[in-house]
Design a protein around this ligand. Structure first.
Ligand code: UGA
Length: 436
C-alpha cells in the first residue's frame, strides 16, 4: 500500500530514509529548517556525498515521489507516517541534546491532520520516545490519534544506500499494534528479519549495537598496540581469533581509532545515560579512552623516528573519518594534523573528496595538494589516515620516486608487510613489526 510519508530532518539519515521510501513507491515530503538545503535538494543537488544517492534522488524527484520543504505545516499535512530524523548532537557533558527532537514533536502536534504513526529514527536516549509522545499528546488536537514507534537505523556512511536495501535486521519498537502493522508493511520489501520490541528496548538496541562495535575497534587497537611491542602481527592475531565463529573477523581492523558522527557521540551518550542511573559503564568508558589515545600513537612513532619534526615536510593522505564520505566529524585526521602542526611540521594534505570541508577546518599550517603525487613530492614522511582506494592503491615505487625520504606511517594498514619489505621502504603501521 502506498503511503503519504513525512520525514522531519533532511540530514544524512533523513535523506537516505526519504529517498529509500520514495523508491519503494511512497509519496515522501522531507522537511528541514535549512532553506538553502531545501532549495538545493529541490534542484536535485545533494548537500552530502553518498554513493548512489543522487541517482535515486533524481529518479524519484522526476517521478514526483519526493519533495522538500522548509514549512512543517505543508510537509506534515495529511501524513500517515512521520519519521523523525533530526540530529541529536552531544552536549558539553556528553549527553544527547534533544532540542531538535522536541521541536519536531511540537511541529507534529501542531500540524498533523490525521491518525499517524510517528517513527523515531534519530538515536535517542532510552525513554525519549515516551517523552516525544507526551510532548505531542500535550499539544495535539484532541481528535487525532498518534502512535509512536522507535525504528533505529544501522546505516554506514558511504554505503548508506546499499545498507538501506540490504539490512541485517529491522528493529521496530512500539506499544501500538497499529504502528507495528504499518511499519511491518512498509519494511516488508527489504526482506530482512524484523525484531519487534517495546520502545525502550529498541532505543537500547541502537546504543548497544554502536557501543559494541566501537568496543571491538578499541579492543583490537589495544591488542595491536601490545602486539607491536611484543613482535606479534595483529593481522595474524585477528585471523587466528576471528575464525572462532563466536568472535568473527568483522570490525576488527586496527587503526587510528573510530571517528564519525556516530560512535564517538553514542558511546559518550550511553556512558552518560549509565551515570544518570548510577550505573557506571566501565567497558564503554574505557572504549572511549582507548579511542581518544589511538591517533597520537602514530605521531609518537614519527617523533621516535625523527626526533624533531620541525620543518619536516609531512604528506597526509586521507582526511575524512573513513572512505566514501567527505565527513570529517571526529575524524582521527583532526588530532593528527593538528598534532603535526603543533610540532611545526609542514603539512601537505590530500583527500579525494574532503578537502573543501577540511579547508574550512584547518586554518593555518596546512597546505592542500591536488593529487596524491603532488602531496608526496619532496615529503620527508607520509601519514596515511584514510584508506581511500586512490590511496591504498598507490604503487610502492611511487613513494620512493616522489618523496625526499620515503618513510611511511600507515594508520590504516593499507599495505602488506612483505610488499613494503620488497620495495625497501621504511614502513610503520599499526600492530605489525616496522620495516626498515
Ligand atoms: C556506524 C555503524 O557502523 C552503523 O551501523 C550505524 O548505523 C552508524 O554508525 C550510525 O549510528 O548512524 P559509520 O559511523 O558510518 O556507521 O561508520 P563505520 O563504517 O561503522 O566506521 C566508523 C569508524 O570506525 C570509522 O572511523 C572507521 O575507520 C572505524 N573502523 C571501523 C575501524 O577503525 N576498524 C574497523 O574494523 C571498523
Amino acid at each position: 500500500m502506498t503511503r503519504k510519508i513525512a520525514v522531519v530532518g533532511a540530514g544524512y539519515v533523513g535523506l537516505v530514509t526519504g529517498v529509500a521510501l520514495a523508491q519503494l513507491g511512497h509519496y515522501v515530503t522531507c522537511i528541514d529548517v535549512d532553506t538553502t538545503k531545501v532549495d538545493q535538494l529541490n534542484r536535485g543537488e545533494l548537500p552530502i556525498y553518498e554513493e548512489g544517492l543522487r541517482e535515486l534522488l533524481l529518479a524519484n524527484r522526476e517521478a514526483g515521489r519526493i519533495s522538500f520543504t522548509a514549512h512543517p505545516k505543508r510537509g506534515l499535512r495529511s501524513a500517515e507516517v512521520i519519521y523523525i530524523a533530526v540530529g541529536t548532537p552531544p552536549k558539553e557533558d556528553g549527553s544527547a541534546d534533544l532540542r531538535y527532537v522536541e521541536s519536531a514533536a511540537y511541529d507534529i502536534a501542531s500540524y498533523a491532520t490525521q491518525e499517524c504513526v510517528v517513527v523515531c529514527k534519530s538515536t535517542v536516549p532510552v525513554g525519549t520516545n515516551e517523552q516525544v509522545l507526551q510532548w505531542i499528546e500535550k499539544e495535539k488536537k484532541e481528535d487525532i490519534k498518534v502512535h509512536i514507534a522507535s525504528n533505529p537505523e544501522f546505516l554506514r556512511q558511504g554505503s548508506a544506500v546499499y545498507d538501506t536495501f540490504h539490512p541485517d535486521r529491522i528493529v521496530i519498537g512500539s506499544n501500538s499494534s497499529y504502528a507495528w502493522d504499518v511499519l511491518t508493511e512498509i519494511n516488508a520489501p527489504f526482506e530482512a528479519p524484523i525484531v519487534k520490541t517495546d520502545l525502550a528496548s529498541a532505543e537500547m538496541i541502537k546504543y548497544a549495537a554502536n557501543a559494541f562495535l566501537a568496543m571491538k575497534i578499541s579492543f583490537v587497537n589495544e591488542i595491536a598496540n601490545l602486539s607491536e611491542k611484543l613482535g606479534a602481527n595483529i593481522e595474524d592475531v585477528v585471523s587466528g581469533i576471528g575464525k572462532d565463529q563466536r568472535i568473527g573477523e568483522a570490525f576488527l581492523r586496527p587503526g587510528i581509532g573510530y571517528g564519525g558522527s556516530c560512535f564517538p557521540k553514542d558511546t559518550k551518550a550511553l556512558s552518560h545515560l549509565g551515570s544518570d542511573f548510577m550505573e557506571r559503564l566501565r567497558l564503554i568508558e574505557t572504549t572511549v579512552e582507548v579511542n581518544d589515545m589511538q591517533p597520537s600513537r602514530l605521531i609518537q612513532k614519527a617523533i621516535k623516528r625523527y626526533g624533531d619534526l620541525a620543518g619536516k615536510r609531512m604528506a597526509v593522505l586521507g582526511l575524512s573519518f573513513k572512505p566514501g564520505t567527505d565527513d570529517m566529524r571526529e575524524a582521527p585526521s583532526l588530532s593528527i594534523v593538528n598534532g603535526l602542526v603543533d610540532l611545526n611540521a609542514e603539512v601537505v594534505a590530500y583527500d579525494p573528496v574532503a578537502m573543501e570541508r577540511a579547508a574550512t577546518i584547518f586554518e593555518e599550517g596546512v597546505d592542500f595538494a591536488s593529487s596524491v603525487e603532488e602531496a608526496l613530492t619532496g615529503a620527508d614522511g607520509v601519514f596515511i589516515l584514510t584508506e581511500w582506494p586512490v590511496i591504498k592503491n598507490i604503487a610502492p615505487d611511487v613513494y620512493a620516486a616522489r618523496m625526499n625520504q620515503p618513510i611511511i606511517f600507515d594508520g590504516r594498514n593499507c599495505y602488506g608487510i612483505e610488499e613494503m619489505k620488497e620495495a625497501k621502504l621504511e614502513y610503520y603501521s599499526i600492530g605489525r613489526p616496522p620495516q626498515f
